[in-house]
Design a protein around this ligand. Sequence first.
Ligand SMILES: NC(=O)CC[C@H](N)C(=O)O
Length: 222
Amino acid sequence: MKAAVIVFPGSNCDRDMAVALKAAGADVEMVWHKDADLPDHLDLVTVPGGFSFGDYLRCGAIAAQSPICKALARHVNRGGYALGVCNGFQVLTETGLLPGALMRNAGLKFVCKSSALNVVTSSSPFTEGYNAGDIVNFPIAHHDGNYTADPQTLQVLNGEDRIAFTYRDNPNGSLADIAGVLSENRRVLGMMPHPERAVDDGHGGTDGQALFRGLIGQLANV
Ligand SMILES: NC(=O)CC[C@H](N)C(=O)O
């Protein structure tokens, strides 16, 4: 199973993402934001957390204009899998590959702590390693994690079972406690919490392992 991690100036979770993917059995390559193409052999493209381009304009807005994001859109539009975490989720909404937007946290403060989440659906390649209703703990670290979408989009997300994770103790004001959403074909997941920071006992928890192992196990059979 071949995966890539996109690196922007200001990414700071790219190595963590690579380590988590490799630990789950993926072959991983790093891809620079100026690259205009993604290799055809990739099964999964990940957009890591961080502060791409210094979070100027809106978080992820400048990164979304990078050459690599056009290649990412082509990958997704031909049915490729993609995972965006934190700043990566912001990039996925800014590129229009996922619906909604991430606004400044309701408390106007950077929030950095462990967060308890509900797994809302196990019906996706990213969450099939969990049961719906499971509670997992992932770190969060962001100042723009306040997910919003118009009422019609929220209805579609609910109706199509596309809310992957919700916060148990909404730390940022997100609409309907949403922490992560899936694309219509369920092959793209964006989420603010960091599963890649919860894959080793040294992290203080390993609840993220099931996400990477489940995903990579599934893609190995594609
Ligand atoms: N950890 C992250 O990816 C942070 C994302 C973004 N820079 C924010 O603070 O909202």
